[in-house]
Design a protein around this ligand. Sequence first.
Ligand code: HEC
Length: 412
Amino acid sequence: MDFNWAEWTAVLLRFAHVVAAIMWIGNSLLFTWMELRLVPRRRDGGEPDDDPDLLGHLDMLHGGGVFHLEKRLLRPGAIPVPLHWFKWQSYTTWLTGFTLLCVLFYRDGLTLADATRSDLSGPACAGLSLAGLVVGWLFYDLVWRSPLGRNPLAGGITSFLGLAAAAWAYGEVFNGRALYLQIGAMMATCMSANVLVHIMGNQHRFMRALESGQAHDPAFGKRAKSRSLHNHHITFPVLFLMLSAHFPRLHAAEWRVAILLVVVVALVAVKWLMNSRFWFKGWLAAIFGVVLLAGILIGVFLNLPARAATTASADPLVAEGRALFEANLCATCHMEGSAQIAPSLHGIFGKSQPLADGRTVVVDEAYLRRSIVEPQAEVAAGFAPAMPPYAGRFSEAELDALVAYIRSLGAR
Ligand code: HEC
């Protein structure tokens, strides 16, 4: 049996990454929900409370009892034990995510590249991706430390412009899937760095102050809270981008950068509107409005003509094949430049293909047809027999078109 360590490491890491992310994001959503639902400074009888340390309280039914929660300022000398901190969910998410990037992409940086647009080397692609994680954080952090950051709207717009510039730049050299992942990873890195530098940093600072007998200074908490609100508002776009490998129609689209930006703005707006329900009556209608508008915009971008003549084929059969390839989501598995799930179909025509049963076949039109209609009959060596059989799905003419399209794909 051959053991593919990278494949098994990726299975383990992906699972750990998803579990850690669920725990982290679950916390973020619940804590913000509690914050917004907090009943300010009133005790059970509805009487205003005169306890100056009490910021609010909340009762929640769960598991056969009521969690009676109070949010209060801490007093030096009265620090509760045990006091729970929340950080490892975030760090684990980042560490497993970063290791996944290394195992899946940085090992062969060319999996990030779009060969039709750039001829960067593998290490250059990996370096560019890595640099983006660092520079993205420095840019974002600087914006919010600067005077711009005092105004949430100005800080938000500047951060978004930075993100748009990054998306445009990476879109010039990375393939669609890598582009979406890169922007998701940059945003997620800012989130984790927020936890490490600002949220934990400020919590440590005020705990140290308390331990040395000084009064609780809410300014520390405010700084931590503003970053934690940023994290809260970008969770939806980050989740979407992390899952985007399943939406090849979007990331493989010609206007992928514009679509990405629409998705980011719409999902931040949706999260904001969800929180606005405590004071804004029309929040639900507004969410439907945002989703509809984003859907229309994405529809427009998907139907705009291609930017460059290179992507539009002169041969109508090839163009039809490309349309079928896209409509049937073949690229969910057959990603350009990547053979993680399925073989890359670029440049395979005419090559000899070793099969799992030990035979070797030449990739000709007949083999391509058989591979689509009855993929399990001849499984490419090194891959799981994971391709769905498309027998009966395509007419003969459509199969001709698909084969013509795959034939037309040059080597990367
Ligand atoms: C769920 C993932 C998945 C989807 C979706 C998928 N494939 Fe595949 N495909 C695979 C895998 C895995 C292999 C390699 C194993 C095999 O040969 O069956 C493969 C193999 C192939 C091969 C043979 C490649 C070679 O190097 O031998 C062709 C051609 C192909 N697919 C075309 C298509 C087309 C066209 C579509 C869309 C109509 C499609 N695939 C959709 C997973 C997928």
